[in-house]
Design a protein around this ligand. Structure first.
Ligand SMILES: *[C@@H]1O[C@H](CO)[C@@H](O)[C@H](O)[C@H]1NC(C)=O
Ligand SMILES: *[C@@H]1O[C@H](CO)[C@@H](O)[C@H](O)[C@H]1NC(C)=O
Ligand SMILES: *[C@@H]1O[C@H](CO)[C@@H](O)[C@H](O)[C@H]1NC(C)=O
Ligand SMILES: *[C@@H]1O[C@H](CO)[C@@H](O)[C@H](O)[C@H]1NC(C)=O
Ligand SMILES: *[C@@H]1O[C@H](CO)[C@@H](O)[C@H](O)[C@H]1NC(C)=O
Ligand SMILES: *[C@@H]1O[C@H](CO)[C@@H](O)[C@H](O)[C@H]1NC(C)=O
Length: 530
């Protein structure tokens, strides 16, 4: 009797528990990817053994806090830019009544607005191209004359009510937009020609960088992006990527030039300009690629922070002059966290977005680097996690990932704060995040190259190797099986101490490689006892 009445309850109870578990599994499948590291070693080679570390543990958990709230814009956005039928418009996106209430005004005609157009000649010189004035009247949209950088400001009498800076990238001409998308090199004039005679396909290169994010902190703070990379993209995740210098510059200059900071000094010592550095994007430019470069945070600019910067604009598309304009508006650059109501992070994302129609059609070398917030805060990654999922999804949806080789990377780990003072924090500083994303078809076309790339995921590697990898991407025929075999043979024949510091990741990195031959100073070397 008792059993009979109890049974249904047991079943119901069991069902409740099971559905609870199912719901838990469902809810957490997106966020709970914190893997326990099963391997004892991240790298376990003759020349280098790198002990593995936990993504989380009770000792680490106490440093994981809610992200800082200080990155909020004080101002709100009044204007957005919008492309309509091939022309750029400035659109009022804030409700006019809200503006009037906010500014204690009774009539919108009392607000006088203007925009100033600029072209950027170099890092310091912006050429003023003209001023246009307008009132905030319907239809609240104004066609902007062709320009690159624009500062918009609104006044009541002499009092400044609002200002913002915009960066324009002219879209491809309408005829081109109507044609089916195919990748062609840009040729002077308006003629374009298809891929060169080698019959190898064209492939773009993109660097998506997040400053100061260790591999493990990326997994901790940006689980959604990690999840997207791991499950939606053809990728290789690197566990033995070791930094070669203290901060951003030595690590990135090695990637961009294949040379160390010291070896690069001669290029700017005399001229006090960095234009002569052998930056790899120049080789891509010569090969018929277009180039673009943007950093979100001018205070930490790669070529300007404690460095002389460029004498003329270094790439076809260049964000820095827009930041100069923002700096004029908000005073000192240390305080420039927003323009209008937009975070600097989003301004760089907008630049990428506006370039997509070009990237669909022309091969590009693009270099984008985000530092705002993450440079200073261990926990900032979680704030921008979703934004990077969105970016990757856009690159997928527009077909750009199908012809672009992407380095999704950082330069080093967190360099300050309480976590950095722990033992693990100190180690993580030396091990930045790196995922390489490659078009799926490369696996069929260059099977050995991709197999080698994958085999290097647990090798000791540095930004010097990324440089050599980019060199191979300039000449895709170097990825053919016979060429790779020949190069591997020569590489593996070299005596250990002669292992080159930079090895293309399309080759098997010799297992006897050490920090010493990789130009990794002892202070940052994660290999045990070497
Ligand atoms: C550009 O294209 C137009 C029409 O397609 C042609 O008439 C013109 O000559 C071209 N200009 C150059 C510089 O090639
Ligand atoms: C691409 O490069 C060519 C040649 O330098 C330049 O004329 C053109 O404006 C660039 N186009 C884009 C979309 O970047
Ligand atoms: C920018 O150009 C102006 C004039 O062409 C020049 O005087 C100035 O030195 C340049 N600035 C830099 C940083 O090279
Ligand atoms: C921003 O302006 C301040 C003060 O005018 C100046 O010291 C600083 O160098 C500027 N920063 C940038 C990135 O131009
Ligand atoms: C991706 O690129 C390859 C090689 O160019 C092409 O064959 C394939 O159709 C493309 N796939 C998509 C989905 O565009
Ligand atoms: C590698 O070892 C040699 C000889 O011991 C030393 O001179 C050199 O400085 C080392 N290189 C690095 C990057 O530690």
């Amino acid at each position: 009797m008792l059993w009979l009445t109890e049974a249904p309850f047991r079943i119901i109870g069991l069902c409740v528990i099971l559905s609870g578990l199912a719901l838990y599994a469902y809810v957490c499948k997106d966020t709970d990817i914190r893997p326990k590291i099963d391997n004892e070693f991240f790298v376990n080679n003759e020349g280098c053994k790198m002990i593995s570390l936990d993504v989380t543990s009770p000792a680490i958990e106490k440093y994981i806090k809610k992200p800082p709230v200080e990155y909020k814009c004080i101002d709100v956005t009044w204007f957005e830019t919008k492309l309509i039928k091939g022309s750029w418009y400035l659109m009022l996106v804030r409700d006019i009544n809200e503006i009037l209430i906010d500014r204690h005004l009774d009539k919108q005609t009392k607000i006088q607005c203007r925009y100033d157009r600029f072209d950027g000649k170099n890092d310091t010189r912006l050429e003023h191209q003209g001023t246009d004035t307008f009132n905030l009247v319907p239809p609240y949209r104004w066609k902007v004359r062709a320009t690159v950088y624009l500062r918009v400001s609104c006044f009541h009498l002499k009092k400044l009510l609002h200002e913002d800076v915009h960066f324009f990238i002219q879209p491809p001409p309408q005829e081109l937009l109507e044609q089916p998308v195919s990748l062609k090199k840009w040729v002077q004039g308006n003629k374009t020609k298809t891929a060169e005679s080698t019959s190898e396909p064209l492939i773009s290169v993109m660097i998506l960088g997040l400053d100061s994010v260790s591999h493990l902190n990326f997994l901790r703070q940006m689980p959604r992006t990690a999840n997207y990379l791991r499950h939606q993209m053809s990728h290789v995740e690197f566990w033995g990527y070791n930094k070669v210098g203290l901060n951003t510059f030595p690590n990135l200059i090695a990637m961009l030039t294949g040379k160390s900071e010291e070896e690069n000094e001669k290029y700017w010592k005399k001229t006090q300009r960095m234009d002569n550095c052998p930056l790899i994007w120049k080789d891509f430019k010569r090969a018929g690629y277009n180039t673009s470069f943007g950093e979100d945070y001018p205070g930490a600019s790669l070529f300007n922070y404690l460095k002389p910067g460029f004498g003329s604009i270094p790439t076809d598309h260049y964000l820095r002059p827009a930041q100069k304009l923002m700096n004029i508006t908000t005073g000192t650059y240390k305080l420039t966290t927003c323009s209008g109501g937009r975070l600097l992070t989003d301004i760089l994302l907008e630049m990428v977005e506006n370039l997509l129609p070009h990237m669909q059609r022309y091969p590009f070398f693009s270099f984008y680097w985000w530092s705002q917030g993450i440079h200073d805060h261990f926990n900032f990654g979680s704030v921008i996690d979703q934004r990077f999922v969105r970016l990757l999804r856009r690159l997928d949806d527009t077909g750009i990932t199908n012809h672009t080789f992407i380095f999704f990377m950082s330069d080093h780990g967190s360099r300050w704060g309480p976590f950095r003072r722990t033992f693990q924090g100190m180690l993580e500083d030396n091990q930045p995040m790196l995922f390489i994303l490659y078009p799926k078809w490369m696996k069929e076309r260059y099977p050995l190259a991709i197999r080698n790339l994958e085999s290097n995921s647990h090798s000791l590697i540095t930004t010097y190797d990324m440089h050599e990898t980019m060199r191979d991407l300039l000449h895709l025929d170097s990825l053919q099986e016979n060429r790779l075999k020949e190069k591997s043979r020569l590489l593996w024949k070299l005596p250990g101490p002669e292992t080159p510091r930079g090895v293309s990741l399309f080759l098997p990195v010799p297992s006897w490689r050490t920090c010493n031959t990789s130009n990794i100073p002892v202070a940052y070397c994660l290999c045990q006892g070497k």
